[in-house]
Design a protein around this ligand. Structure first.
Ligand code: PRP
Length: 223
């Protein structure tokens, strides 16, 4: 690590649905920077007074930035962590961004048992997760990797099934798809680079403790 790397704490935030709640949660603890926005053209946004800098990444790339130490810490969905399988510390479940990874099919193709789907084509942004789920239940499938708008695939005959994240269920309903199996639930997680966690322990631990306090207060309010 260079001296500037040691001086600054670099925080990675993902573009997309988790950006705003992540940035807001950190801001409550005083970790923010002027001009920090998902649509910022600037990709590194620093707060020189607090000696922190934010980087904004594509969701799937975020664990890579943290694994290599280009970011010390970050916030990302458990779904992405499972798919990317990077060597990072998962320090905290932040208890927001609730969703679930599901297997879904068009209503008309719904079968009695999972084994009836054997050898069908599955479109997904999460090939590793899909592969391991079907392997786990002893069914061989053909996995087709896509980068988004997964629900389109069964509508145009690219695949019979999808593995995708479901939050409200609205996208599935609007495309006449039904859930046939849950793979895992997911929420936002706070992660850290392994070396940074040792070298910058006090700073990172202070954030972890602050975040824990916010989560506890939120769950008290919900009672
Ligand atoms: C995610 C997911 C579903 C949708 C689920 O897509 O892949 O398409 O949200 O949300 P819902 O259950 O509330 O309808 P995202 O908007 O991230 O875009 P993408 O499909 O291009 O990945």
């Amino acid at each position: 690590m260079t001296s500037s790397d040691m001086e600054y704490l670099t925080i990675a935030l993902p573009k997309g649905k988790l950006f705003i709640p992540s940035a807001e949660m950190l801001a409550k603890l005083g970790y923010t920077a002027e001009g920090l926005s998902e649509n910022s053209r600037k990709l590194v946004i620093a707060n020189t007074e607090k000696k922190i800098r934010f980087i904004i990444t594509k969701t799937a790339d975020l664990p890579t930035y943290v694994e290599y130490g280009a970011a010390d810490i970050g916030i990302i969905g458990k779904d992405v962590l499972l798919e990317e399988n990077k060597d990072v510390y998962e320090l905290l479940d932040l208890k927001f961004g609730y969703c679930r990874m599901m297997v879904a099919v068009p209503q008309a193709l719904k079968q009695e048992k999972m084994s009836d789907y054997a050898h069908m084509r599955v479109a997904t942004k999460y090939p590793r997760v899909a592969e391991s789920f079907f392997h786990g239940i002893g069914i061989q499938m053909e996995i087709i990797k896509l980068n988004g708008s997964i629900e389109l695939a069964p509508m145009v005959g690219l695949a019979e099934m999808i593995v995708d994240l479901v939050e409200t269920g609205r996208t599935l309903r609007e495309n006449n798809l039904v859930e046939v199996a849950q793979i895992h639930p997911a929420t936002a997680r706070f992660i850290a680079n392994r070396v940074s966690f040792k070298m910058k322990f006090n700073r990172i631990n202070q954030i972890v403790e602050g975040l824990k306090g916010l989560i506890d207060r939120e769950s008290e309010k919900a009672k």
